[in-house]
Design a protein around this ligand. Sequence first.
Ligand SMILES: [Zn+2]
Length: 159
Amino acid sequence: MNPVANYKNCKVTLKYKQPYPNNAFFRKRRLAGKAHRGIDFAPKDELKGQPFFIIAPVTGEVIFAGRHTQFGNMVVIKSVEHGREYLHMLCHLRSISRQTVMYGKRIRKGIILGLMGRTGTATGVHLHYQVEIRLDRQRQTHPWAEGYWKHINPSSYLT
Ligand SMILES: [Zn+2]
């Protein structure tokens, strides 16, 4: 499910990409060689300033709901699909719906998580949506999630 409620009023501003080519365009933006580990959604130009609700793209357990240095207000849902574990990271939210989004709580696909925003290292209002899959390795990749996680292309979750 698309993580933005009225997604038809949004546009994808940055696709999943890894890594960026080392050319002038990306060097100027300090992105050369770097990956974009998620998909960015932003309001269409004529709808800037309107509220956009961020919704759960899957059913799962909330394993993080709070402040992240880079990703600002972030909600992370852990889901299990065909025996594999996934993280769905919804980032840069203006606010988190604290009545429904609580650590350790199970939430259903489609439920409102909060509002699109520009918290953390964001230059404008947008949603950064990142999906990661758990791999069977010892090292831990996030302090807030047990296990080793590798980002994948989230586009298969979009409607
Ligand atoms: Zn992004």
